[in-house]
Design a protein around this ligand. Structure first.
Ligand code: SF4
Length: 367
C-alpha cells in the first residue's frame, strides 16, 4: 500500500511535466483533432505495425472511401483489402470489416462507448480499446503500446521483460495508478508521443529530458538496458514458387485466391503456387505435373531461371521464385470474383500482396 502511494505521488508531479512537454512538442496529426471513435479506431489500427509517415496516406484514403462505420460495414471485402494493399498484416483490415458489421448488428450501428464493449469487437485488444475509450469517451484506461512500455520501464525501473507476463503486469499496474481521471486522453497521447520523440529506444537525449530527475533508469545508469525484451524466434524461411502462366499475347494470366484463413494473405490473389521446403530447379518444379493441371495438354515453355524476390515479414522470410510460363493458347477471361483468368490490365482492381504486385509492375508488359 505504501509502495502504491509512492508510485502515485511520483506519478502525479511527473505527469504535469509530461503534459507540459507534450504541449510544446506534439505533432499535429489528423486523428489528434477528433473525438470521433470511428476515426480514432481507424488510425489506431493503421498505426499498429506501421510508421506514422507511411500510415497518414492510408488513413486519409480510408476515411475518404469509408467515412463512417456504416459505410465500412456495407463495403465488399475486396474493396477494403484493396485500400490496405501494401500495408501488410491484412488480418487488420479483415477484422475491421468484421467489427464494422458487428457494430451494425449488435450495437444498432452506434459505436460502442466504453472499454468493455469495445473489447467485444473483432481485432480490438486492450491497447486499442483503451485508446478509443480514453480519446473519444474520456475513460481513464491506460493505452500501453511499445513506446509506453519503454517509458514506464525506464521511469520506474521495471526490469522484467516487457514482452512477458510479469513485465506486462508491472507496467499495467503502474499505468493504472498514474493515469489521471481528469483528461486521461492527454495523458495517453503524451506518454506515447514522449516515447516516440524523446525517450527513444537507443541513446535518448536524457540531458534535455524534463523527467530526468524522476527517472530511475537515468539515476542508475540503466537507460540503454531498458526495456528488457525476450528475443523472438528467428523468422521462418518459406520457399514460394509462383507459376506465372501467360497466354499467347501475354494479355492474361492465371491467379488464385488464397484460401487458408490461418495463413498469410487470406483472400488475396496470387499466381498458382507450389510451396517447397527449399529452392527448386526447373526439373524439380515440373516433376509433379502442376503446370499441366492448369494447362491440360496445351504446349508451354518454361524459362530455366525464375525471377527471384525476397520478402521479409516479421515472422517469416519469403523466398519467392516467379517462373514465367508461356503458352500458345488464348485464355478467355471471366471477371467473376473467383475466376482463375485475369486480364493483366485489370490486376490493379484486385487485392494483391505487395510481393505479387511488385513483380507484376516490374515484369508484366500490360500491367
Ligand atoms: S531521462 Fe532518459 S530514459 Fe529517463 S525518461 Fe527521460 S529520456 Fe527516458
Amino acid at each position: 500500500m505504501a509502495q502504491n502511494k509512492i508510485v502515485y505521488k511520483r506519478g502525479n508531479a511527473m505527469i504535469e511535466k509530461l503534459k507540459s512537454w507534450y504541449e510544446r512538442h506534439k505533432r499535429d496529426l489528423p486523428w489528434r483533432n477528433t473525438a470521433d471513435p470511428y476515426k480514432v479506431w481507424v488510425s489506431e489500427i493503421i498505426l499498429q505495425q506501421t510508421r506514422v509517415d507511411q500510415g497518414l496516406d492510408y488513413y486519409f484514403r480510408f476515411i475518404e472511401r469509408f467515412p463512417d462505420v456504416g459505410t465500412l460495414a456495407l463495403a465488399a471485402e475486396n474493396d477494403v483489402l484493396m485500400l490496405w494493399q501494401g500495408l501488410g498484416y491484412y488480418s487488420r483490415a479483415r477484422n475491421m470489416h468484421a467489427a464494422a458489421k458487428q457494430i451494425s448488428k449488435d450495437f444498432g450501428g452506434k459505436f460502442p462507448d466504453n472499454y468493455q464493449d469495445l473489447m467485444r469487437l473483432k481485432g480490438v485488444g486492450p491497447y486499442t480499446a483503451a485508446a478509443i475509450a480514453s480519446f473519444a469517451f474520456g475513460e481513464a484506461k491506460p493505452a500501453i503500446d511499445g513506446n509506453v512500455n519503454r517509458v514506464i520501464s525506464r521511469l520506474f525501473l521495471v526490469e522484467h521483460a516487457v514482452n512477458k507476463s510479469p513485465g506486462q503486469k508491472a507496467i499495467e499496474q503502474i499505468s493504472k495508478k498514474i493515469i489521471p481521471h481528469a483528461d486521461p486522453a492527454t495523458y495517453n497521447q503524451a506518454m506515447m508521443e514522449f516515447g516516440a520523440l524523446q525517450c527513444v529506444p537507443v541513446n535518448p537525449d536524457c540531458d534535455i529530458c524534463p523527467l530526468k530527475t524522476d527517472c530511475l533508469a537515468f539515476k542508475e545508469g540503466k537507460v540503454n538496458a531498458l526495456p528488457v525484451k525476450v528475443k523472438k524466434k528467428a523468422p521462418k524461411p518459406r520457399y514460394l514458387n509462383y507459376l506465372v502462366i501467360e497466354d499467347e499475347d501475354s494479355a492474361r494470366v492465371i491467379l488464385t485466391k488464397r484460401q487458408n484463413q490461418k495463413d498469410i494473405w487470406y483472400n488475396l490473389y496470387e499466381f498458382p503456387l507450389i510451396e517447397s521446403g527449399q529452392e527448386l530447379d526447373a526439373e524439380q518444379l515440373t516433376a509433379g505435373g502442376e503446370i499441366e493441371k492448369w494447362l491440360g495438354h496445351s504446349k508451354f515453355s518454361l524459362k530455366s531461371e525464375p525471377i527471384r524476390k525476397k520478402h521479409q515479414l516479421s515472422h517469416q522470410t519469403l523466398h519467392a521464385y516467379f517462373w514465367r510460363i508461356k503458352t500458345n493458347v488464348q485464355f478467355l477471361t471471366d471477371s467473376s470474383d473467383d475466376a482463375a483468368i485475369f486480364d493483366v490490365g485489370s490486376l490493379e482492381d484486385y487485392p494483391l500482396p505487395r510481393l505479387i504486385s511488385a513483380f507484376a509492375e516490374e515484369n508484366l508488359n500490360n500491367y
